[in-house]
Design a protein around this ligand. Structure first.
Ligand code: ATP
Length: 607
């Protein structure tokens, strides 16, 4: 049942069928070759470098996808030390699509016949208004912050990755990329807060892919663990759909680099994912629940992890996910902070979450990039006072108006957020019987139904998607021109993520919220947020705001989605400024009052 989202999960070939006889190890399994040596070796008749960790000799079929060994003498090279043999990644020529007989890497760009050499600036990612990004305020803190770059060419990412960036039609880096990529390339831990739709995915994927290609890793011996996968990078995200999306993006960026990206998420058959893992994995993109399952089945080891990225990091560390994240990061075999590089990304970063996150980081840099959508008016925000009982007819009016206006002959997509799963089903049904082509996505739907709903929405077949917060974060769906908060969320950060499904990558969008007494607690933060974004705040909302207190929805970031909590004196420890300590990660010990994952495991319905 391949679907657009599930397309990211390739149909796995039987393990035994991956390599030819000549490419198989003694045990009939192909040999693992580190990514930085794959293409080099593929260009030679015989492997030359000695093995530092004879994975395939150990029968480790999960890593055996490069199929380069000769007669069971497994070749490869240490990740560190000799990892730069042969010029490393700059002379790569074809990823896993080599003569070894390994599976052919599908071209995610579909431009196999296109020999055109693209130069940066040749092709714009059409519709991207880069001027919208130029005067974005940027704030960094931490010690020795590497300077930002202005162009991708300024960063030494390697030619194959650069070619893929050009194929993506990324002409120049977005602000978060300009700052975050050099920081990560320099090996620093990072907590990055940047507005929705501003290119955070590439900001963490590029350094990971280029780092793996460089092979700048400590040489490690792999244990005798058959059928266990040893990824070098782990990217965690809160929803299945977002993990699939990141996987798709990462596969594009990693095309022909030799770096293999695999996704694992709940709700989909685990056997297929296990087969993919057995074929080898450098970057594992996963939802926490499914990863814990794989770790408990001893099918994945985290001991080789050099890069850990948490996308939507504030969501990953809030109460729902924190126990699982602590288990994955602190209680399994992942190297500790300082021995791995950790990157946390989100559009929002509440202080409490920053405090928690410090447990996972070492001497990190905090980066805040102002919210593009808000500060540049890319998202026009409207709030309308609507009684509960009038919401449906009001929505219908909006949809009629939208239909009448039309958008260049192409159906504009409308995303309608509701509070509950039941509410989503009910509204979808009501819209459909009233002649509006709608579908719905929420946590009670099967994965197949969720994927079908997204596919149908993206294609424009059902241009209205009713969703719970499962679709609030990260999803990058082109042509979403209108986000309707039919039910407003309780948390202003959720509002920021929801409206961020439109007005992405420099494009404009509209966000309409239905507000009534039930949303009083949000009035002040909503009014502040709109003011910061130069939006028109209705007088009645200002009155609501004046009457209400901030509560937990207070925003402390001014023009930023968040500020570095280390700047807040209340977080300094024993009178010592936070910056005064050598290794912040260590000083902020893992026990730090949060008790690890010892609390009752809260399983998310999302993974
Ligand atoms: N340098 C670039 N040039 C042009 N387009 C880009 C660039 N970087 C990213 N994009 C495009 O911008 C869109 C948004 O990127 P992405 O999904 O990574 O945003 P995000 O910051 O992660 O958003 P969110 O906070 O919602 O998760 C994507 O379609 C991506 O392909």
């Amino acid at each position: 049942m391949p679907t657009s989202w599930a397309d990211s999960v390739e149909n796995a070939a039987p393990v035994g069928g991956v390599g030819t006889a000549s490419t198989q190890s003694r045990g009939g399994r192909s040999a693992y070759v580190p990514p930085h040596l794959r293409n080099r070796l593929s260009s030679l008749d015989t492997p030359t470098a000695p093995v530092s960790y004879a994975t395939a000799a150990l029968g480790n079929d999960c890593l055996g996808y490069s199929g380069l060994s000769a007669g069971g003498s497994h070749s490869g090279g240490p990740r560190g030390g000799g990892g730069r043999i042969g010029g490393g990644w700059n002379n790569r020529s074809g990823g896993w699509n080599n003569r070894s007989g390994r599976e052919r890497e599908v071209n995610p760009f579909g431009d196999d016949d296109d020999d055109t050499e693209l130069a940066f600036g040749d092709q714009e990612n059409t519709g991207i208004n880069f001027d919208a990004y130029e005067d974005i305020p940027v704030e960094t803190s931490g010690e020795n912050v590497p300077p930002p770059v202005n162009t991708f060419a300024d960063i030494d990412l390697g030619e194959v990755l650069n070619q893929n960036i050009r194929r993506c039609k990324y002409v120049k880096p977005t602000p978060v990329q300009r700052h975050a990529i050099p920081i990560s390339i320099a090996g620093r831990d990072l907590m990055a807060c940047a507005q929705t739709g501003s290119g955070k995915t590439a900001a963490f994927c590029f350094p990971i892919i280029s780092g793996i290609m460089r092979g700048n890793h400590f040489a490690q011996r792999l244990p005798r663990m058959p059928r266990m996968a040893f990824p070098m990078a782990l990217i965690l995200s809160p929803t299945r759909e977002l993990s699939c999306q990141i996987h798709d993006e990462a596969k594009k960026f990693a095309y022909q680099t030799g770096v293999r990206v695999v996704v694992a998420y709940g709700g989909a058959p685990i056997n297929q994912q296990l087969r993919e893992l057995e074929r080898g994995v450098d970057i594992l993109v996963a939802t926490p629940g499914r990863l814990v399952d794989l770790l408990e089945r001893a099918r994945v080891s985290l001991q080789m992890i050099r890069y850990l990225a948490l996308d939507e990091a504030d969501r990953m560390l809030d109460m729902g996910f924190e126990p699982q994240i602590r288990k994955i990061v602190q209680q399994m075999d992942m190297p500790p902070p300082g021995m791995r590089q950790t990157m946390l990304f989100s559009a929002t970063f509440p202080k409490e979450i920053q405090t928690l996150a410090a447990d996972f980081l070492s001497a990190y840099i905090f980066l805040a990039v102002g919210r593009v959508g808000s500060s540049t008016d890319l998202i026009v925000q409207r709030v309308e006072y609507v009684h509960e009982s009038d919401k449906r007819s009001h929505l219908m009016d909006l949809l009629h108006a939208q239909k009448a206006n039309g958008v260049h002959g192409k159906q504009a997509l409308t995303l309608v957020f509701v509070e509950t799963k039941k509410g989503a089903d009910s509204l979808e049904h009501w819209l459909c019987i009233n002649g509006f082509p709608a579908t719905a996505i929420h946590g009670d739907r099967t994965q197949q139904e969720r994927e079908q709903a997204l596919r149908s929405f993206k294609s424009g077949m059902t241009p209205i998607l009713v969703a719970t917060d499962v679709a609030a974060r990260g999803l990058d769906i082109p042509h979403v021109s209108h986000v309707v908060n039919f039910d407003l969320p309780n948390d202003i950060d959720d509002y920021v993520h929801r409206i961020g499904r439109t007005g992405r990558a420099g494009k404009t969008g509209l966000a309409t919220a239905f507000f009534n007494e039930n949303n009083s607690s949000l009035a002040r933060s909503l009014s502040d947020l709109m003011q910061e974004a130069n939006q028109e705040v209705p007088a009645w909302l200002s009155r609501f705001a004046a009457r209400s207190t901030y509560g937990k929805n207070r925003r402390g970031g001014g023009r930023f989605g968040a500020r570095d909590f280390r700047r807040d004196s209340s977080f300094s420890r024993g009178g010592t400024d936070y910056y005064g300590v050598g290794n912040m990660g260590n000083n902020y010990g893992a026990s730090g009052g949060y008790g690890g994952a010892s609390g009752p495991g809260v399983t998310s319905a999302w993974d």
